[in-house]
Ligand binder design. Sequence first.
Ligand code: SAH
Length: 282
Amino acid sequence: MEQITLPDHAWPTLKPGWVWLCGAGPGDPGLLTLHAVNALRQADVVIYDALVQEDILQWAPQAEHIYAGKRGGKPSAKQRDISLRLVDLARAGKRVLRLKGGDPFVFGRGGEEAQTLVQHGIPIRIIPGISAGIGGLAYAGIPVTHRDVNQSVTFVTGHDQSGQTPGSLDWASISKGSQVIVIYMGMKHIAQIAGHLLNAGRPASEPVAVVTTATTDDQTVLETTLGTIVDDIDKAQLEPPAIICVGQSVLMRHVLDWQGMSAGQPPRNLDPLGRGRPAESA
Ligand code: SAH
């Protein structure tokens, strides 16, 4: 691959014995940060998750690549084993890059790994990444906040450590308090989640988008509603990873589907929220 020169800046050095915990973004390599590229260039070892697009590893041809994910039929690595592996590699004097999908601190167990490293006296650096719940929706033409729709957004996980819908989540409060709800890891328990939201009074007609493998060449976007999501996911045979967005902001895709527009499809509705004012007015 052609070398890309990083802009002039005092880029930090990944030193032997250090671990940098780095977000790789949702998929498109263009969404890596410059700090991530700087880290990929210097690493001796890259330990990466299932959600990291393998293309991204080409940015670290000099490094050993170790898979530590849980998908794709490859054997799963236990969280504690991964953390201790990082400790061992750092102690062996390697420059270690721990690469995680999206942002390492958003539903990514980055906090746990970082804590274990610090507890073992390993020096760390954290490199944030673009989280799927923000960047993935942007690639689908859905703004995660939009002034006409929401003044807050709630990010929730669809399952907890035990693999169940998180019992600790107060779905009624989330339904009431948040106009837009972005659900990570929601596919397995989508029937229960949609049920909770409907029971809490969200209308069956509420727009929902399901974005799978967002920002990659395989990205798909399903537009549906809370009442029909279960059947529609089933019919479309959608598979994780998927980000599910519940709320009126999903309608903005009718005017902001920039990928569709680049492929020649005209916008479906220039004013999907019916506000009737030009976008530039105050
Ligand atoms: N740290 C990651 C999230 C890890 S949890 C981040 O910040 O994005 C794993 C979940 O993230 C998946 O089940 C899915 O809900 C979501 N996800 C991650 N990458 C995705 C992608 N490219 N497309 C759709 N969903 C994605």
